[in-house]
Design a protein around this ligand. Structure first.
Ligand SMILES: [Mg+2]
Length: 223
């Protein structure tokens, strides 16, 4: 029997509507870096934002600046707070996401959010979307209490523990290979937010957007 759901955030329930390269370019110009070009800065920041272990935007920027042999400005914390706000303002719910979460809440389906990324960025996005209250547990890889990224089993294990369900009773919904393969390897079921072709390749059902998920959950999983 299927009893619970885990959701990815980026590309599944929501997406950054801005241009992330322009976002990084803005940070680059604010940091007034010396002798460093934008593409190298963007590459290093992207790498730092996908690191394992405890992670915040500020921490990623500090590490990137150290790697680029640049001095971190004294007001980096404040600059980061402004940047977080700007990021969250441009995160948009995917079509049908709010209605889907509301429907599942009415049906008392326990839900977890399982997201890779810096804890402050993901939490700011979740707050801006107003989705936080739908989830019994929120697991962000950058949270020091989580510290592990999908597809690692530990993050899925924390989700099932938080939901008080067995992996086999739980469906992971996500748009990446890490979401699907990680969940399946841990013994969960999975639904891809993506194309039918990719779903078939991964051996799981797929939907294009959250608005289509309700019917599939009902027919296939009885949720
Ligand atoms: Mg995703």
């Amino acid at each position: 029997m299927t009893r619970a759901l885990c959701f990815d955030l980026d590309g599944t329930l929501a997406a950054y509507a801005g241009d992330f390269r322009s976002y990084l370019a803005l940070l680059f110009h604010e940091l007034l870096l010396d002798g460093c070009d934008l593409s190298r800065f963007a590459e290093v920041v992207r790498e730092e934002l996908s690191r394992d272990g405890p992670l915040t935007l500020e921490r990623a920027l500090r590490r990137a600046l150290a790697r680029l042999e640049q001095r971190a400005p004294g007001d980096l914390s404040e600059m980061t707070r402004t940047a977080l706000h700007a990021y969250a303002e441009d995160v948009r719910a995917a079509p049908g996401a709010a209605e889907l979460l509301e429907r599942l809440r009415r049906r008392s389906v326990p839900m977890a959010l399982v997201s890779n990324g810096p804890v402050d960025m993901q939490r700011a996005a979740l707050a801006a979307l107003g989705f936080g209250a739908y989830f019994r547990t929120v697991l962000v890889s950058g949270d020091p209490d989580v510290g592990t990224r999908k597809p690692a089993a530990r993050i899925f294990s924390l989700a099932c523990t938080g939901l008080e369900v067995l992996p086999s009773e739980t469906v992971m919904v996500g748009d990446s290979v890490a979401d699907i393969e990680g969940a399946l390897a841990y013994g969960m079921q999975a639904v891809l937010m993506g194309s039918v072709e990719q779903g078939a390749r991964l051996g799981v059902p797929s939907v294009r957007e959250p608005g289509e998920l309700g019917a599939l959950l009902e027919q296939r999983f009885g949720l």
